[in-house]
Ligand binder design. Structure first.
Ligand code: UT7
Length: 319
């Protein structure tokens, strides 16, 4: 059986860190409120010259180096983002050019915070279908550029960054993507959205969210999709070595783990340092845990995310 095996991970963060205390100097908030309600202590914010494509390119270079391949080996680039450099061309093609990959398939996927799960699932299908032997899957965002910095209910929650993985087609063996599950329910698209766009306002717009309602749906949907993907892979919650979740809110991570009966020590948490980086959050957390040695070859990982749309999804992977 052909599988998409993860052979390298990478990530990138902007230079500038912004603490809760720094935010509290310009917005009516406090370090205590942000930590207690979200677990966030720090986020990174893109500065001059830093864009979604520049962060994505740096993360991709790190993943390619870790994989020990040449950029020219890559036949497919899928980049998940809700904050592209431009409306078009796809940011994936900007990254392709920056990496010096002459000819490959390259496109963006837009599923907001679930974007990396959607991109991973598409790349997995294309690899198993034989359209590429090496794929680069990236999640990259600069949400700082679509935040309303006067709205304390949203601006304290998000940060910028990028994460990437290299997938390789391998025949036989038990490593690789075992199962993926995706969902969308567009009835809820007014609970988390951007109030602008090329075809409506001809502006970029700002992020708007009804946080409490998103929170409620997140815990239910994430617990459900985690169970589904484990069932598809023929495994149980006890088989999971690491859950690598979307990093939106520490309380969502704890509540989801409790609902599944999963020990908190098996959940990778980076929300305290990165805040919510949307499509970048899962590959960023994955790269952190691979590089600090927690995630080891042979471990069973479950990646999961939920975001605007709503969209949500999960993947079971033998690393
Ligand atoms: O990535 C996509 C998925 N997104 C999410 O999963 C986000 C899900 N939602 C959440 O994480 C939480 O709902 C929030 C962190 C957004 C909000 O936490 P909450 O515990 O649901 O707070 P709340 O919205 O019920 O607000 C409680 C109070 C309100 O004041 P009143 O009305 O009780 O007087 C808010 O105005 O906290 C106030 N508040 C703040 N206070 C200080 C809201 N934001 C802030 C703030 N600093 N930054």
């Amino acid at each position: 059986m052909r599988r998409a095996v993860m052979i390298g991970t990478g990530s990138a963060l902007p230079r500038r860190q912004v603490s809760n205390a720094e935010l509290a100097r310009t917005v009516d908030t406090s370090d205590e409120w942000i930590v207690e309600r979200t677990g966030i202590r720090n986020r990174y914010v893109a500065g001059e010259g830093e864009t979604t494509s520049s962060l994505a390119t740096e993360a991709a270079r790190n993943a390619i180096e870790a994989a020990g391949i040449a950029p020219s080996d890559i036949g497919l680039i899928i980049l998940a983002t809700a904050t592209p450099d431009q409306t078009f061309p796809a940011t994936a093609t900007i990254v392709q050019a920056a990496l010096g990959v002459d000819d490959c398939v390259a496109f963006d996927v837009q599923a907001v915070c679930s974007g990396f799960l959607y991109a991973l699932s598409v790349a997995d299908s294309m690899i198993r279908g034989g359209s590429a032997s090496h794929a680069l899957v990236i999640g990259a965002e600069t949400f700082s550029r679509i935040l309303d910095w006067e709205d304390r209910t949203t601006c304290v929650l998000f940060g910028d960054g990028a994460g990437a993985v290299v997938l390789k087609a391998e025949d036989g063996g038990d490593r690789g993507v075992l199962a993926t599950r995706l969902h969308a329910d567009g009835r809820h698209n007014q609970l988390l959205y951007v109030d602008g766009g090329p075809s409506t306002t001809q502006t970029v717009g700002k992020l708007r969210m009804k946080g409490q309602e998103v929170f409620r749906h997140a815990v239910t949907n994430l617990a459900q999709v985690l169970r589904e993907v484990m069932q598809d892979a023929g495994l149980t919650v006890d088989d999971i070595d690491w859950v690598v979740p979307h990093q939106a809110n520490r309380r969502i991570l704890d509540a989801t783990a409790r609902k599944l009966g999963l020990p908190a020590e098996r959940v990778i948490i980076t929300v305290d340092q990165h805040a919510n980086t949307s499509a970048a959050s899962v590959p960023l957390a994955l790269d952190v845990a691979v590089r600090d040695g927690r995630i080891k070859p042979g471990d069973l990982l479950v990646l999961e995310a939920m975001g605007g749309g709503f969209t949500w999804g999960a993947a079971a992977i033998r690393y």
